[in-house]
Design a protein around this ligand. Structure first.
Ligand SMILES: *Cc1c(COP(=O)(O)O)cnc(C)c1O
Length: 429
């Protein structure tokens, strides 16, 4: 697959060669657990990472592998590993970098589930997270200490309206000698390429726009292949020292730019087992074929709906970076020139009660804990996804009581607006 092809071509062809056994043009669903070794020597080579091939589908599978190759191509990465969900991808991204006692520095503006995962769950591994306002570059730099092993943010941050200045954050991470991990779920590689802005790792919930139709959960970690894991001896021992979990191999020495990806497969998937299944990979491969077409329509619709809402006097505020009134409008040209995505929040006059009435009165919109579907979706974050956060965390995450999050679908924008109009009438009287 030529690297010269454009995004629109790669989203259809990358990773998908005709099936070597049958010539099947579409990527077959390799619904198999194991693969027959040619002979004992072949088996030994595979286990020694001396030869690339298939052993067992907890580690690798041709359908899942095709998806990883495609996402790596679209993100401009050296390699990628797919896994069972976006949250699995986040753990998989941290796993090769971390040890007990190490920390990460993360933006306060994150998907609610990620705040939860980083606040509490990772502590079970002896890891911790410092949350910082990523508009305050000095604070980000000050938070990086000797135990920090990554900086983490979202490109277009959930629940919407905030765009991270990736180049500035990447420069701070670089100075601190740690990789920048960017969750690119809300933007997709079509709207934003974090690696081009200095990211080392890109994580995705493929559950969202990449699949695009609300059918399967999945995740992916893409590695730029550009971080020097050996720069400071002993800093990233899993990648650049003899790894006891894989008979003492030094992944960086042995595999160079593919060190992170091979570690994630050979140890991450082997021992954590958060594997994507081939059926799920198939749905996501189908979805990605139309990614650019859908994202252009998502962006156009989101703009139309946001502009209409901003003029409506039942609404207090619309936080869409695609609106000239947004304080983050100026970052679009640099970070996501094709548009600011289709995810934003709206402050409704009448507060909590009006928001609850609004979600109950909508007919075309679905009230769900999801985003990035072809269907328009809404959620009142304060009473759902963000309810386990403190009021301060909710406020910081843009999920206050009077706020609903919209994920604008690809329906006719006139129908989307008409539905909001009738539901707002019921919610604010
Ligand atoms: C949904 C989402 C996640 C988590 O992904 P799952 O596939 O639900 O595990 C992480 N980050 C962002 C930005 C998301 O939207």
């Amino acid at each position: 697959m030529s690297n010269d092809h454009s995004f629109e071509t790669k989203q259809i062809h990358a990773g998908a060669n005709p099936d070597p056994a049958t010539g099947a043009r579409q990527v077959p669903i390799y619904q198999t657990t194991a693969y027959v070794f040619r002979d004992a020597e072949h088996a030994a080579n595979l286990f020694n990472l001396a030869e690339v091939g298939y052993i067992y589908s907890r580690l690798t599978n041709p359908t899942v592998g095709a998806l990883g190759e495609r996402i790596a191509a679209l993100e401009g990465g050296a390699g990628a590993v797919c896994c069972s969900s976006g949250h699995a991808a986040q753990i998989m991204a941290l796993f090769p970098l971390m040890e007990p006692g190490r920390n990460i520095v993360a933006s306060t503006r994150l998907y609610g589930g990620t705040v939860q995962q980083f606040s509490n769950t990772i502590r079970k591994f002896g890891w911790s997270c410092k949350f910082v306002d990523f508009d305050d570059l000095d604070a980000v730099a000050a938070a990086i200490d000797d135990d920090t092993r990554a900086v983490f943010c979202e490109s277009i941050a959930n629940p919407g309206g905030y765009i991270t200045d990736l180049d500035a954050i990447a420069a701070v991470a670089d100075k601190g000698g740690v990789p920048l991990i960017v969750d690119n779920t809300s933007a997709t590689p079509y709207l934003c390429n974090p690696i081009a802005h200095g990211a080392t790792l890109v994580v995705h919930s493929t559950t969202k726009y990449l699949t695009g139709n609300g059918t399967v959960t999945g995740g992916c970690v893409v590695d730029s292949g550009q971080f020097d894991w050996s720069a400071t001896p002993g800093k990233f021992p899993s990648l650049a020292s003899p790894e006891p979990a894989y008979h003492g191999i030094n992944f960086h020495e042995a595999l160079g730019a593919m060190a992170f990806t091979f570690h994630s497969i050979a140890i991450g998937l082997r021992d954590l087992g958060m594997t994507m299944n081939p059926q799920g990979a198939h749905y996501t491969l189908m979805g990605i074929e139309t990614l650019s077409l859908r994202m252009d329509k998502h962006v156009a619709n989101a703009k139309a709906v946001a502009e209409w809402l901003e003029k409506d006097d039942r609404i207090d505020a619309v936080t869409y970076a695609g609106l000239p009134s947004s304080p983050y409008h100026g970052r679009i040209e640099k970070i996501c020139p094709k548009g600011a995505g289709a995810l934003f929040t709206v402050s409704v006059k009448g507060g909590y009660d009006a928001c609850v009435k609004l979600v109950d009165s909508l007919e075309l919109f679905s009230h769900v804990a999801n985003l990035g579907d072809t269907r328009s979706l809404i959620i009142h974050s304060a009473s759902t996804t963000h309810r386990q956060l403190t009021p301060e965390q909710r406020e910081a995450a843009g999920a206050a009581d009077n706020v609903v999050r919209l994920s604008i679908g690809t329906e006719d924008p006139a129908d989307i607006i008409a539905d909001l109009d009738q539901a707002l009438a019921k919610a604010t009287t």
